[in-house]
Design a protein around this ligand. Structure first.
Ligand code: MN
Length: 446
């Protein structure tokens, strides 16, 4: 591997300590909910209806917390005080390439038992009344009559345990940012006349070394008006006659961990849209600087709305005091999504909306899409992704509304062909300054 390979920058020596922390957190959760052991199944691929093809396999994220192995039909049996057992599915199969041999740096910490039949190895695990089973493979229901299948309280505890990232996980998340930044830089370079969204996608995949199914989510590559569609994943093949703007929201994966980065570009160096990109970038950095243990993420989300209102006023898009704009929910027409979300093994990582007892924490009134409502703790990793968009479905009611005369419709109609702006970084919460994995990766690459 070359020196700038993002995977070689992670330190596999951190893995044993990660595993020890997972074991300690699991032991506590099992004791709390009255279980003695857990069987975590990796999952099985779904077959397409009336076909012999399978959907891309996505491993059970509870399984992925313990091992980077992404193979179906495997199981982990974990019992505090004993070495975890990995039931490693190795079928007799001359149709497909065999699953890769587990790498020593992680596999040495498991007792590995190769199993050839996904239907039968589960039967060999003696049923035990204090076993919890976590997974969604249909075969699980029939095999563990006495065990608890996916007990909600235990799963909530394990989800909460995953919100504090170990040093190993932080390293993987940082590396996933380096990997994604290679793609982002390639796309920024390829964004020249003649580019289509599909061509930019190919440039991204080539630079990151991902295939379509390997990225942690479907890339959003939106030129011009498409940037007003929050999740524009259509990847048009047609070449626009004029390039005005680009939103690229694309991540990468390292050892199961995801990055989620968004950048916005204006082809013009000056003008209202270029000013808007700069303003959103500046307010995004201000919000990142507020990320700290003890901060309520809901407050940060509301601060974002206030900052967006300040920007709308400064750029003469809305002529009302910022607090009035927020109180009247005008900012929600320009920014209909949440500030961000937890990030980890899953792009929208778990436990963002629950308290330490697993009970829901309400979103602020009028903010139905916020994905994180917790008070931040050191070790959380989350995204900060403000935006400002020109979405006609949301603007139309304002054009008719009582505040229409405070809104600069001429300027909005001038900006609509640019779609919108979003800037998103991945941030580690500490007791002090946050660590911005995404900006670090851009800085290292430039
Ligand atoms: Mn995101």
């Amino acid at each position: 591997m070359s020196n700038n390979d993002p995977i070689s920058t992670i330190d596999t020596n951190l893995f044993p300590a990660h595993l020890q922390l997972c074991l300690a957190r699991l032991e506590q959760a099992l004791a709390e909910h009255g279980y003695e052991r857990v069987l975590i199944h990796s999952g099985e691929p779904a077959i397409c209806f009336l076909d012999d093809r399978y959907s891309p396999f996505v491993v059970n994220p509870q399984f992925a917390w313990w091992t980077p192995l992404k193979a179906p039909h495997c199981g982990l049996l974990i019992e505090p005080g004993k070495q975890p057992v990995l039931y490693n599915y190795q079928p007799v199969d001359y149709w497909h390439a065999p699953a890769p041999v587990p790498e020593a740096w992680w596999a040495d910490h498991f007792e590995i038992r190769d199993v050839t039949d996904p239907e039968r190895w589960l039967d060999k695990i003696v049923d035990h009344p204090r076993t919890a089973v976590i997974g969604n493979a249909p075969v699980l229901a029939g095999c563990f009559q006495n065990a608890a299948l996916n007990p909600t309280a235990l799963i909530h505890s394990l989800h909460l345990a995953r919100t504090i990232k170990t040093e190993w996980e932080q390293g993987c998340l940082a590396a996933a940012n380096h990997r994604a930044v290679r793609g982002h830089r390639a796309v920024a370079e390829a964004f020249v006349p003649g580019a289509s969204e599909f061509e930019l996608q190919l440039a991204y995949l080539r630079a990151t070394g991902h295939d379509d199914n390997g990225t942690p989510y479907s890339n959003i590559i939106a030129i011009n008006e498409h940037a007003a569609v929050l999740h524009f994943t259509e990847l048009s093949r047609s070449v626009p006659t004029e390039l005005r703007s680009l939103v690229i929201d694309a991540g990468a994966e390292v050892q199961g961990y995801a990055s989620d980065i968004t950048r916005s570009y204006s082809t013009q160096q000056n003008g209202s849209f270029a000013d808007l990109v700069d303003a959103v970038d500046a307010l995004q950095l201000e919000l990142v600087a507020e990320v700290k243990a003890g901060v309520d993420y809901r407050d940060l989300h509301l601060q974002m709305h206030h900052k967006v209102a300040v920007t709308l006023k400064a750029l003469e898009i809305v002529d009302l005091p910022p607090q009035d704009q927020v109180d009247l929910r005008l900012t929600s027409a320009f920014l209909p999504h949440g500030l961000g979300h937890f990030l980890g093994l899953q792009v929208h990582d778990v436990a963002g909306l629950m308290d330490d007892a697993g009970e829901p924490i309400a979103r602020p009134d009028g903010h139905p899409f916020l994905r994180l409502t917790r008070e931040l703790e050191a070790g959380n990793v989350l995204t900060i992704e403000p935006g400002i968009y020109f979405i006609e479905q949301l603007l139309a009611p304002l054009r008719e509304g009582v505040y229409a005369r405070h809104i600069n419709w001429r300027l909005i109609d001038e900006l609509k062909p640019y779609g919108g702006v979003r800037i998103e970084d991945d941030v580690l919460v500490t007791d002090d300054q946050p660590r911005n994995f995404s900006r670090e990766a851009f800085a290292a690459a430039s």
